[in-house]
Design a protein around this ligand. Sequence first.
Ligand code: GDP
Ligand code: MG
Length: 663
Amino acid sequence: MAHTSVEQQGTVTLMLDNLCIKKQETVCLTDSYNERIRPLLDSVDTLRGLGVMKEGINLPSIVVVGDQSSGKSSVLESLAGISLPRGQGICTRVPLIMRLHNSRLDEGMQIVVEYNGKKLSIADSQITETLNSVTEEIAGTGKSINDTPITLNVWKPNAPDLTMVDLPGITRVPVHGQPQDIYEQISRIIMQYIAPKESIILNVLSAAVDFPTCESIRMSQLVDEKGERTLAVVSKVDKAPEGVLEKVTDNSVNIGLGYVCVRNRVGNETISEARQMECELFTRDPDLSKIDKNMVGIPVLAKKLMQIQAMSISKCLPDILKKIDATLSKRQSELNTLPRNFSTSAEAMIEFMRLMDSIKGMLHKLLVQGDIELFPDETEMHCIACLYKMFESYSHDLSSAFNNTPDDFLVEEVKLLEEARGVSLPNFLPHSVLVILLQSRIESISERSRDLAIMACHYIDKVVCRVIDIQTQCFPSLHSASRRAFQALIDRKRDECIRLVQDTLDMQKTIFFTLNPSFSESRQNWEEWKKTFLDAIKRNHNTVKLEGIGEINLKNVPKDSIQLDAAFDMKMSVMAYWSVVKMRLVDDIPLHLRFTFHKMVQDDIVNLVVKEVLGSAEPAKIGDILEESPKTATKRRDLLKRIAMLRESKYTLSKIIDKLEEA
Ligand code: GDP
Ligand code: MG
């Protein structure tokens, strides 16, 4: 590939200005543009260099997209007046940020390539070879692509002040040596650059293709449906001059910022030859000469891009300043949440006590007050609600634990009564049978009750650990001491809760007592139900429906037993007393558990941690326990760096915005 010398390049740009408008006019025009645009662009470039994009703040930029080999690199080459790697197949494999700077005539041309924090100053004849080797360093020697950008800075007299990003071209089918998902990889990079509202999309379309079928049109329409920030460059008009006029006037693909038709460098032409050929083409070609002169040629494109760029930047800057401000205060408050370094043990002790207060305060809010604002998006930290759910499910399990209308209705009652015959007077229900039936019910829900205690403690364990993690994450020693102290405590509390549940159950199994009026009241209905039941047996019915009990299958009822009447009474007594027991359990056990957790927060946790920490460290050594972790130290350094960067960006931007307002 031929390279033009510096002198040649100088003439080229002058010629470029000479093309379609009178030279003097253009130079003045460009000069006045450059005067206004350069400071804007410089400020954006400074922000980019400072790295504000790492903070998620998008900067206005012109992004060049197009299908593979549509002529993207050639367009950039024409605009810059320098040679870039171009050709068939995939040449551009990483994003190339090209910054063109208009320099003074006596300064000549200067080229600096930046990537991965490295900077190379090169001659223009080395551009192609340097870009190729840097691309290989970043993306490997094959045909893979990578999203690490290369920045190519070009200072050149009379160059348009533009910053543009050249991206790998879109290709549907992977060629040999390319990963299968090449299309997805390229799309991802392109989307990352064109999606932000601050990006101007420069869509390069080959004149030889049907625009609506272009993949790049489809993609840019995904992010800019009406084409408000899309400008089309029609390349290769020399190859397919017929029909270009119709295509650019029809605008069938919604290009909001208009079309510019160009003819780039072909083969080994020098840039100046290419411009000459372009000018002649648009003047002499019978089809192309009909196109409006404001829509043809690289000089027109350069001017248009500068205008659009200036407009876009001045529109975006106030918003960017706002975003920088917001990010700055976010980072600042992150920094404020990091602990300070302590110079005396008294200071460390104060911080230690403050942390203990914070832990207690947070746990009190979560576990006693049921606060949901501390962790608005983490429902698993809405403690009272979570515990309530567990209790509710326990209550539900207890309610559905026994079927009052089993297929073996009264079988067990009759059997037990037969066995107890003679123990008590006829018509007196033997207490021992009642005890057996009730105890077996309580026994069968014992495990579920103990599980509730274990589950609740496990949950509290998780919540407290989370709080300790949050409050002490910056101090590894304090963190492990607190965790240790708490682990011992929660183990003790778990045993205490299980014992408590067991005591409650044992009490119900041992003492049969109630003053609950609902028990006596339910008795009044039994006689009525029993009559209906016995009547149905007499009439040989298969089922009977009793109000308050449900439909009973009479098939297996021991109909001939003389204990049937008593068995019915027994069943009713058990059911009535069981409802009393159930009501007690579903309230008492949760109450006990919550009270235990409440006491634990109020009295135990912080005392224990204080004891654990101060028991092992002399007050003078408290500073050691509060030594910050390497992670915190790194985070502090990182935050300080980011804050400095944001402050500098804010300063740069405020200055330029003030100037704009003055003007
Ligand atoms: P990219 O893949 O979109 O960057 O495309 P390139 O800029 O590498 O160009 C692909 C091929 O098309 C190269 O061989 C260029 O020389 C050629 N090309 C680009 N623009 C034009 C043009 O306006 N006219 C002609 N005849 N060829 C062009
Ligand atoms: Mg390219």
